[in-house]
Design a protein around this ligand. Sequence first.
Ligand code: ZN
Length: 386
Amino acid sequence: MNRLSKEDLAQMNRDYFQSLDKQKLVEVAGNLHKLAVEQLEKLEQNSSNSSLPPSSDQFKSKEKSGLHQEEQTPHSESQTEPKQEDKVVSESREKPKSKGFALKKPGKQPGAKGIWRTAPLVPNQTISHYPKTCASCNSGLEIDQQAKPHMGYYVLELEKLESGIEVKCTLHHYYQATCTCGHQTKEKPLVGYVSVVEGRSRDLSLQEYGLVGPMLATFIASVAIRYRMSRPKIRELLNDWVGVSLSVGTIDRCIREVGIACSPVVEELIEQLQSSEIIHLDETPWYEKGKYRWLILADWDAVVACFYHPQLPATNNEAERALRHAVIARRISYGTRTTEGSLAYCSVLSVIETCRLRKVDPWGYIAMVLTQARKGIKHPPIPVAS
Ligand SMILES: [Zn+2]
């Protein structure tokens, strides 16, 4: 069933409710009640009681403290506003000094000339998406062949062939339909998790709407994390060998998306780990924006290997070997910049190593996890060793 959107709610008013018969009115009330319950539950969610990544907690606490501030000073707006501005300015001035980092932000600098696509993409196929039921009263909707799409976007997706790979371009068209009750329902691409980092200008939202398909995004993440290639080098590789032209920003976004999508999988692995009998544990230093952190890799399969195979020596070698990859990555990249980045890196590393030990294709599984995450659906369970 469709979820009521802002647009759907804007269409509803007293006249609309009065025009409905009792049965439809009950359906509409049911949908509105469902939305209200969902929103209330969402407000109470955090990383400890849901699959939300811990980075989203910062946003919630910030939101709460923001509300608190407003509640505290409702009558002195003119006084508080300049104070808050002062605070922001002084923070942004102090931060780089204390960290010893350059003042320049990473990525495109303000005023720098942008780069954009010179030739339009040519789709191999077009997929049409029609609304199936009325978002307001749940009645079935008929496909209007005359209708024009209200939105469309291209997706580049990588396909694994029997021998080799291919990147295909698909054009997605979204349509709207009008119900007998008078409500107009628009079909839209789904939206999944939103990752929030304090101070970042735009939140990272996992959603179906985007140029890079889940398998191509996973391929990009594999080249970055497993094969340790820099973002500009990946751009060159895609352009020269696969014929796909992507910006460094888009490539970076794909790697982050894969990391965020993998973090709930790791939470599940940790649960399995806690119930296991033997644990191989190792750790290695890691830098986050120049600060010293620790990466701990605790893989369940490495952990129970000698439990299932008594002939194996109960040594720490599995964990040592699994962490070797992170040690090399640290020496090349000098770590990550944010908590989100660190969490993303170690999540993907844990999923890859676990899949490898379980003799499962990690990339096929990760692409599936990302597909679900972009729709806001829980990840499929990580396959067990066969
Ligand atoms: Zn309707």
